[in-house]
Write a protein that binds this ligand. Structure first.
Ligand code: NAD
Ligand code: LMR
Length: 327
C-alpha cells in the first residue's frame, strides 16, 4: 500500500466541493491504489462549518477504502499543513449578469493569504491548482506570495473549457467524443479564451477539414465555449459545479499521468505572445507526476494571433487591477 497523500481542498462545503470530494476519495483523481487524507478548509462561518461536518459524515458513510483521514478546519495553517496538493476552490461564484473578473477584488484577497500559508506550511512537493474565479489571476496572486514554492507549481483550471470545446467539436462532426484530440485552451478562463481548433484532430484528420466550416469554428464554436459558464448560470441560477468538479479531477489526473497532453493555465514566460507575468491557458505535456513542459511548437495563424492578443490584454488588465494587492 502506498503512503497516503494529503489533499487540501478549500470551499469544501460548497457546490463544487460536494461533487469533488467523493471523486477524490474514490480514487478517480489520484488512481485506485493511492490512499488520500482529505484536509477540508472552509470559511470561518458557523453555517459553512456545520455543513462541512455533514459532508465529512457522508464521506465516512461511503466507506471508501482509500480515504485514510479527514481534517475539518477553518484555519488555513492547519488545512494546508504538509499538503501535497492544494485545491483552491473556495471563493465567491458569480451570479447572473456578472463577469468572472467582477469577483476579483473580493476573491483576490483570499488568494493572498492562502498563497502565503501554503508557502509556509505545505509539503516540499506541494502543487497548487486554482479553481475559484477569476481563476487565472487568482492563481497569479497566490503564486506571487510564494518564496519557497516555484511558480510552475501553481496552475489554474481551464480544463472545463477544454472539455466543453471537445464536446462541441464532437457534436458538430457527429463523432464519438474520443475521436476529438488536441483541442487546447489559450488564455483566460473568460469569454475571451481561445479554443484553438486549428490544431485539433478528429479521427486523426484536421478538425478544420472534417468540419469544413470556418465561419462556425471562428464564430459560434468559440462563442459557445467562451460563454458556456454564463449559459449555465442563466439556466440553473447557479454556476456550474458537477462539471467543474469533474474538470478538476481531469486537470489533476492528467497532471499526474506522464505523457498526458492537456490544457493548463500556467505562468506564461512569454510563450505564444502572452505577457511573461500572466497565467495563461496553453497546451502542456506531463513529464513526471505533478510536472509538465509547455508544448511550444504550434504555429498560430492571424485569427489565432488576434484571439490570443485579446485574451492576453484581459489578463494584463486584471493583473494591473490587483497590482497594489500583490506588492
Ligand atoms: P459555492 O459558493 O457553492 O462554494 C464556495 C465555498 O467556498 C463556500 O462554502 C464558502 O464558504 C467557501 N469559502 C469562501 N471563502 C473561503 C475561504 N477563504 N477559505 C475556504 N473556504 C472559503 O461556490 P462554488 O459553486 O463551489 O464555486 C467556487 C468557485 O469556483 C467560484 O469562484 C466559482 O466561480 C468558481 N468556478 C470556477 C470554475 C473554473 O472552471 N475555473 C468553474 C466553476 C466554478
Ligand atoms: C464556468 O465556467 O462555468 C465557471 O467559471 C463559472 C462561471 O462563473 O462561469
Amino acid at each position: 500500500m502506498k503512503t497516503p497523500i494529503r489533499v487540501a481542498v478549500t470551499g469544501a462545503a460548497g457546490q463544487i466541493g460536494y461533487s469533488l470530494l467523493f471523486r477524490i476519495a474514490s480514487g478517480a483523481m489520484f488512481g485506485p491504489d493511492q490512499p488520500v487524507i482529505l484536509q477540508l478548509i472552509e470559511a470561518p462561518i458557523e453555517k459553512a462549518l456545520q455543513a462541512l461536518g455533514g459532508v465529512a459524515m457522508e464521506l465516512d458513510d461511503c466507506a471508501f477504502p482509500l480515504l485514510k483521514g479527514i481534517v475539518q478546519t477553518s484555519d488555513p495553517a492547519v488545512g494546508f499543513k504538509e499538503a501535497n496538493w492544494c485545491l483552491l476552490v473556495g471563493a465567491k461564484p458569480r451570479g447572473p449578469g456578472m463577469e468572472r473578473a467582477d469577483l476579483l477584488k473580493d476573491n483576490g484577497k483570499i488568494f493572498i493569504g492562502q498563497g502565503q500559508v501554503i508557502d509556509a506550511v505545505a509539503a516540499a512537493d506541494a502543487r497548487v491548482c486554482v479553481v475559484g474565479n477569476p481563476a487565472n489571476t487568482n492563481c497569479m496572486i497566490a503564486a506571487s506570495q510564494a518564496k519557497r514554492l516555484p511558480a510552475e507549481r501553481f496552475t489554474a483550471m481551464v480544463r472545463l473549457d477544454q472539455n466543453r470545446a471537445q464536446t462541441q467539436l464532437a457534436k458538430k462532426a457527429g463523432v464519438n467524443l474520443t475521436a476529438v484530440k488536441d483541442i487546447f485552451i489559450y488564455g483566460n478562463h473568460s469569454p475571451t479564451m481561445f479554443p484553438s481548433f486549428a490544431h485539433a484532430t478528429i479521427n486523426g484528420k484536421p478538425a478544420t477539414s472534417v468540419i469544413n466550416d470556418t465561419a462556425w469554428l471562428q464564430g459560434p464554436f468559440c462563442e459557445t465555449v467562451g460563454k458556456r459558464g454564463a449559459a449555465i448560470i442563466a439556466a440553473r441560477g447557479l454556476s456550474s459545479a458537477a462539471s467543474a468538479a469533474n474538470a478538476l479531477v481531469d486537470h489533476v489526473r492528467s497532471l499526474v499521468t506522464p505523457g498526458a497532453v492537456h490544457s493548463l493555465a500556467v505562468k506564461s514566460e512569454g510563450r505564444y505572445g502572452f505577457d511573461a507575468n500572466v497565467w495563461a491557458g496553453m497546451p502542456v505535456r506531463t513529464t513526471t507526476p505533478g510536472s509538465y513542459e509547455v508544448i511550444t511548437s504550434y504555429q498560430m495563424d492571424d485569427f489565432a494571433k488576434s484571439k490570443i492578443a485579446a485574451t492576453n490584454k484581459e489578463l494584463v488588465d486584471e493583473r494591473s487591477f490587483v497590482a497594489d494587492m500583490i506588492k
